[in-house]
Design a protein around this ligand. Sequence first.
Ligand SMILES: Cc1cc2nc3c(=O)[nH]c(=O)nc-3n(C[C@H](O)[C@H](O)[C@H](O)COP(=O)(O)O)c2cc1C
Length: 354
Amino acid sequence: MKQIVSNILQILFARLHYKLRTKLKMTDNQPLLTNNKILAVAPMMAWTDRHCRYLHRLFSKDALLFTEMISSSAVAIGKQINLLDYSKEEHPIAIQFGGNDPKELATCSEIAKSLNYDEINLNVGCPSPRVQRGEFGASLMEKPTLVASCIKEMRYASGLPITVKCRLGLKGNESKEFLHTFINEVVDAGCQRVYVHARIAVLEGLSASQNRSIPPIQAEKVQELKETFPEIEIVFNGGITNKEDALSIMNWADGVMIGRAAYHNPELLTNISDPDQNMVPSETLEKIKIYLSYMYSQVEKGEKLNRLTRPLLHCFSGKPGAKAYRQVLSDSVKLKANNPQILDEAVNHLGFSI
Ligand SMILES: Cc1cc2nc3c(=O)[nH]c(=O)nc-3n(C[C@H](O)[C@H](O)[C@H](O)COP(=O)(O)O)c2cc1C
């Protein structure tokens, strides 16, 4: 009898726990595709700046766009504030902080709230030596209790959805238990979505860039995580380069986060957002025309042309004339003139005029 009561209590407790967690799921203002899944463009330092995000938005109205990782200790003392600027067209936009101090992260989260960001993400996946010296990024996977404190403070300070981007584990800490303990603790603290880069991080002996290619992708481990915790929103990241793979992963994950392939081929974002059609160069040109108006307005505000042309370099990849197009847009003499008309000359090589 005692055993039966204990079993019933256990089941009831598990159900209550499940319900509480399910309640944490984000329901309002979700940046969802028509298949109810998330398409996110990954945070990439020195790449996903505001201009890149503005361009990406033109390629997908629904994608969730991430800032580059911004150091919480810099922002808390009023540095790197320029990295927080963005245009209203970039919504929905998530800001990613790198840090490990709950109070500092709370201050930054308050600032993010005042700037109307839609989501705040904590970086628990960066393996770079500089980040390791600061004891944040991927090394925080070994400190789930500290990450939980950060999440609680960030939630309390901002009221915004707080999410985490992490790896599958660390070299030496690659077990299922290690990952599950981490995920359990951060979700219990109120983390509303986890973006999992489907590789472990190797903290000694590999650079940040090697850490994005040498440890193998282990998609099956992310899938197993989702099966074990169906109530937790899990977005898959790592190695996606085409629409077919993205759509296939969306069959079991809550979404996909794409980094390098989105940067090198922004058309991919349109093809995933609207899978029934494949974008043709004339459609890309239409987006670029809109970006050209943005370039003029930014140059007028004092922005340097080369910062504005950088994200354009990768459009039209593989199309006839793309090499000459890129050459014009990266010609330092032409860029010095700071005249956005350079774009006209560049697209001429593709057989277009603006
Ligand atoms: C140039 C570059 C910079 C990156 N910077 C960040 C960053 O600031 N924060 C972060 O969480 N991940 C960063 N990443 C990792 C990406 O967000 C992503 O996890 C990784 O590239 C794997 O996804 P992909 O295969 O789709 O590119 C960066 C990646 C690249 C290529």
